[in-house]
Design a protein around this ligand. Structure first.
Ligand code: ME8
Length: 510
């Protein structure tokens, strides 16, 4: 059955250009969106930029630009980066757009009218990196923000508060009934812990900033001396983009899936659902959370620590597909992963140059050399039974892993079949058969070519450019998007001329 999937990335701050961490989440959502589209579902894939707040003002000032001019430049860099990486979001939202201001003000007014926003005084430890007040537990032993390694500033001011406390018990109850709403499981537990801690300290959420301190934001509809707190503004992007208040909204919102890294679990796992409850909008369907890419000294890669890689440089060097493959295969979704040139080179050489690249290269070369295909009327080879059994298992595993956001396992399940195919080549030795038994050699090579087509069909979400190139070369038709037997896969008869190398082995810089 055809269903809808609304898939979102966080909207990224424009205080610096995109790095590997941003690329990872956006590529993961793109991979997932392609998978859903291949399954025949309707997808709306959203990304964008988060442009208000203190830290953007500071970043603009450091470059001698107005916030608006500065945001235009960096937001454009994000948009262009995704295009260069071959990503295909359906929309790119900017929180400085008029369509967003209207929705933020409408939601604020609705919650204010319902009596869930009130004026109050607050003193707390504010981290400008996180753009929120931190609790003592969120500080390290030096009293710094554990994420940004900077001392928070003590800020005391009159602000408007959202009665988050009123909705926390309700949210906790709903979550306990539906634990898969936040996954992997560790993050579900973390959110429950955060809810309990917030209930214990009894604090509500400050949702405004006085214009005396900050003007770069969306004005509160009920007090023109204040702008909206950047997180309250930013989270609403997810409903703005699909037309909150129009008939388009509900069908997409019912299938809302947010992907984030664990740094922003609290705003998404606690602020956002309680805001939605207060605004009488159903809570998102699912929140999926991944870990960090760690750079030098195993620290989170980030712009503030200055240890992050530029995804565009890497894509220039490796190609879009190889970068994408490395990121999606290397990180166990949910856990942290280490990034280094060496780890990347080992992964790409092992999987793309050796396992898959060799299989493609030697099979196609022999088909050409022995002039025996692709030929759809070649009889099946005796290895076919084992290959079909492996494809049947693959289909079940692959679909299940994707449903659980285990991208790394979904990819690995395809490589189980690729390794089997390499073993078939080694065991049956087509180069020897070519001398002794040409009909069997032709049967074997055609069966292998079909099997290569089958695995490329599975690799489309993660290697979109390479798989399209070779599926076109082989003139492949398949009865199913993810075939479970070779019977479903046909290759048109042709004589292969030339083809590009599948993946060029990487050599160490030393
Ligand atoms: O938090 N490893 O924006 P942001 C993995 N504007 N992912 C990483 C990463 C790393 N080392 N570094 C960044 C904000 N990311 C807010 C979001 S949403 C309504 C507002 C990715 O620019 C990851 O997706 O700091 C993380 O959650 C996000 O970038 C934070 O981006």
């Amino acid at each position: 059955m055809r269903t809808k999937k609304f898939i979102t990335t966080p909207i990224y701050y424009v205080n610096a250009k995109p790095h590997i961490g941003h690329a990872y989440t956006t590529i993961a959502c793109d991979t997932w969106a392609r998978f859903e589209r291949l399954k025949g579902n309707d997808v709306f894939f959203l990304t964008g930029t988060d442009e208000h707040g203190d830290k953007i003002v500071k970043a603009a000032a450091a470059e001698g630009k107005t916030p608006a001019a500065y945001c235009d430049v960096i937001s454009r860099e994000f948009r262009d980066a995704w295009k260069k990486l071959g990503l295909t979001p359906d929309d790119f939202i900017r929180t400085t757009e008029e369509r967003h201001r209207v929705v933020v003000q409408a939601i604020l007014q609705k919650i204010f009218d319902a009596g869930d926003i009130y004026a109050g005084e607050y003193t707390g430890n504010y981290c400008f990196g996180c753009e929120r007040y931190l609790t003592d537990k969120e500080l390290n032993e030096k009293g710094e923000c554990a994420t940004h390694l900077k001392k928070p500033e003590v800020i005391s001011e009159k602000n408007y508060f959202f009665r988050m406390q009123k909705y926390l018990p309700q949210w906790k109850e709903a979550l306990l009934k539906n634990p898969s709403q936040i996954s992997p499981e560790g993050y579900f537990n973390e959110v429950l812990g955060t809810i309990d801690e917030l209930i214990k300290n009894g604090e509500d959420l400050s949702i405004s900033r006085p214009k005396t301190r900050l003007t770069w934001g969306i004005e509160l509809p009920f007090d023109k001396n204040y702008v909206t707190y950047v997180w309250f503004d930013a989270l609403i992007n997810y409903v703005t983009a699909i037309g909150y208040g129009t008939p388009n909204f509900e069908p997409w919102w019912a299938e809302a899936h947010h992907m984030i890294a664990k740094d922003i679990l609290k705003p998404h796992g606690v602020y956002w659902p309680t805001m939605l409850m207060a605004a009488k909008i159903p809570v998102f369907k699912r929140l999926v959370v991944h870990g960090y890419w760690l750079g030098f000294a195993n620290q989170k890669m980030s712009k503030s620590l200055g240890n992050a890689k530029d995804p565009l440089d890497l894509a220039d060097k490796l190609g879009n597909d190889a970068l994408r493959f490395f990121l999606m295969r290397e990180m166990n979704f949910g856990s942290d992963a280490r990034f280094s040139e060496e780890i990347m080179m080992n992964r790409l050489n092992a999987n793309l140059a050796n396992d898959l690249g060799n299989l493609v290269q030697r099979t196609l070369s022999m088909l050409k050399k022995y002039d025996c295909g692709p030929n759809p009327s070649a009889p099946p080879h005796s290895s076919r039974g084992a290959i079909d059994a492996a494809l049947k298992t693959l289909r079940g595993d692959y679909l299940r892993y994707f449903e659980n956001f285990e991208f790394h396992n979904a990819i690995e399940s395809v490589f189980v079949v690729i390794r089997l195919l390499n073993k078939v080549v080694d065991d049956f030795k087509p180069w020897a058969l070519a001398k002794e038994n040409m009909p069997e050699c032709a049967a074997l090579l055609n069966t292998l070519a079909q099997a290569i087509a089958a695995v490329l069909l599975y690799l489309r979400p993660v290697l979109p450019e390479k798989s399209a190139e070779f599926l076109t070369l082989l003139k492949v038709e398949s009865a199913q998007e993810f075939p479970e037997s070779l019977e479903e896969v046909t290759l048109a008869a042709q004589k292969l001329e030339t083809w590009p190398i599948f993946f060029q082995r990487l050599e160490s810089a030393e």
